[in-house]
Design a protein around this ligand. Sequence first.
Ligand SMILES: [Zn+2]
Length: 529
Amino acid sequence: MSEAVRAAVDDVSVHIRDRFIKLNLTNWEAATNGGQGALDAAAQARGEWMRFWADPDAYQRFKAWDENGAAGDDAHLARMLRMLHLGFAEGQRDPSTIDEITALSKSLDDAYTNFRSEVNGARLTANAIDQILASETDSERRRAAWEASKQIGPRVADPIRRLAELRNDAAHRMGYENFHRMSLTLNELDPDWLYGMLDDLAAKIDEPYRQAKAAMDAQLGERFGVPAADLMPWHYADPFFQRAPMIGEFDYDAPFAGRDLVDLAVRTYDDLGMDVRDILERSDLYEREGKDQHAFCMHVDREGDVRTLCNLEPVLRWMETLLHELGHGVYDKYIPQRLPWLLRTVPHILSTEAMAMLMGAQTLDPEWHVRYLGASSGQAEIIAEASAARFRLEELIFARWVMVVVNFERLLYEDPARDLDTAWWDLVQKYQLLTKPDGREKMPDWATKYHIALVPAYYQNYLLGRMMSLQWDRWLAEHAGGIAGRREAGDFFRERVFELGATLHWNDALEYATGEKLNPDYFVWKFAG
Ligand SMILES: [Zn+2]
């Protein structure tokens, strides 16, 4: 029995590998040379990838083998059967709705991509809106920009509701209550655990959040010349209040002026016993016409071709981003090649995000500033204080925002026909403590967030990734004395994290590394203690 199973797994691996490499290479080409031909090739590879995972026979076969324990006591084979079972389950598409889902997604994607906020006749990009919210001091002009950023809502709300219904139809056919529950379950997150954990966390950080926001509001009130109690959603740093506004005196970019970020990254990773030079050589690091403006890392073939795309400038944000993307990169690079191809990946997206976030946060570590930027101990103290306050404020604000998004998605998929406009503002008031402005009653402000429409059931990974990184961070503080410049910290990752590849469920892998399953209290202790 298990010989036939093994042969089937080997066979399907070859097919997945071919499509995976093609998908990555065409995506890389599209991101670095954005011409129409490259975009078409990437779309075609995407289609082939989706059609492959939609195969109903493969789904039934791997589901049965997984559920019947066909791998016997071969743990690697069992894990591969589970991954194939879940992968094919997620890929199942009903031919009658696949066209409608694809067409709706495409038109929504175009709507978000081409949307420009109109303020007094001028058409503004999302970056221009962020720029206004970062620097404008006149409340009326801020209000106009914020309201303009919500103009897309009424145009996309109905298609998103329809998309949610179609996703739910697919979930019902697979035997799930709704799409949100299905999607979380197939990504190895128990929906009831997630909902309960977020409720619990909300209660634990409620008072610290209230206090941190009140202190921030006092400063913002002064900046904008309004009483703190009268601050409105447009007084914050972005249209959703998902990031912390820049407050205080400290100039976070100053330490990076004139620095060679690549050299700093190489030295940071060298000291952990991780060589990133080959990754950087394959990478596309600097801004250029026709190139993707964001950043990402990919392991093209799971055979060592790891690369990253960045648009480096000597400022904090890009130092953090480079260390972040290389965090993904070293995770991929140091997964052992002796593992079967299917297991030569991360256990979960949240695990690799955790590594990336941990390394990005090195830029907030005073030890890192002393060691790599040559900061004096006096400077390091100032940096430590400012950075710790900023880190805390950012994470508290972001956690509350994740609670809005995840709980909204839960409500959306429980009943796409409900009064979502009211539900959204109820959550924003409850978790973010923002004031609902007049005139938003029948406005689908929920629909202005890209992820709600097109990256569904994903947002929790950002918060879970942060939690995992804090759990590693605590373990390293106790066992290696920290991270910056410590070979033992690098050994921990190579021997107890990367070494496993995808051989275990993400939470079992975390327990193997730290002796404990995911414990949200590390987040509470760090930011709300
Ligand atoms: Zn990342």
